[in-house]
Design a protein around this ligand. Sequence first.
Ligand code: EPU
Length: 354
Amino acid sequence: MLVEKNVPLQACNTLHIVAKAHFLVRVASDADVQAVVASPEWGIKPKLALGGGSNMVFTGDIKPVVLKVEIMGRRLVQETSKAFVVEAGAGENWHDFVTWTLQQGFDGLENMALIPGTVGAAPVQNIGAYGLELQDRFESLDAVDLQTGKLFTLHAAQCAFGYRDSVFKHAAPTPSVQSDSTTQGLGLAGRALITRVRFSLPKPWKPVLGYADLERKRVETNTEQPTALQIYQWVCDIRRAKLPDPAVIGNAGSFFKNPTVTQEQCADIIARDPKIVHYHLSNGSVKLAAGWLIDACGWKGKSVGNAGVYEKQALVLVNRGGATGGEVMTLARAIQTSVYERFGIMLEPEPVVV
Ligand code: EPU
């Protein structure tokens, strides 16, 4: 087991924040993770699993032992009359995996093309885009218990997926929980390292359209029945047009969740701001576009130090060069305050602050 010391993490987080890991171990297999857990020296220390760092804000050097997940591999596990079950190692790049599935003829992940990050990070925040969420295609995942070293498998219900949320984002109530019960709805933040994820891609494939941006593409190109590959291309085009490429401008995708409010709250806001972008949900509540709220408060293109609000999409905070995690969080708090003062809504950040 090789423990690297004082490892620069700027290239390991998509906001490109300068930070160091005091200790970093690259894990390429279940056994590598188990070796860290079993080590008398490193096993007892707090640990942080790091994938592509696409949903993390580093606010200083990282004291927990960083486990850099480099578990690779992708394969068809099973084909039934109803689905292709496809598996990928947690360290695989998400977009490359989506592209590979389509090349193999396993359609179904196309709406989630170009989301930055790794396969292993995808279930943590139940990634989603253009009308589809990871949970809609999820089959199961394998993980290692970082306290006991035991391997376990979780199915969808055990992951407690919600909007940009899962069991992996919530802390365990006590550190002494038995590993067998980790699978029953307890928080697993810092407790589980995801090693492999399986997806069930339904047969026959049906396009997921309906999202306004995709409908626009369909009408523009006069396409009655798009293929998965066409939707993949449309999603890539839409994302490239309005979201910054992390390889060029540091960012962590949407920085806040879209808030939900009651119909009464929404009616109250509409009375004051008739143009507010909102969507009625099947459960009777109303989802508001956080990007619109931030934009309405005049934040687009503004900066705090070297952290800024992206010019083409107010929901995305960017590193204009040399931003610290502190600057990003100061900007985020200033945005929260102004949105709260104007609309009475407290925006909730999407990334994990470390
Ligand atoms: N809007 C504005 N001004 C802005 C930004 C947005 O008025 O500066 C308006 C848009 O015109 C649109 C509405 O807000 O009417 C919603 O914008 P958009 O369709 O771009 O989607 P979003 O709500 O901003 C969400 C996800 C994205 C995902 C897109 C597409 C969240 C927090 N974000 O963004 O996910 O790609 O929908 O499905 O749910 C991510 O989570 O990192 C992410 C990028």
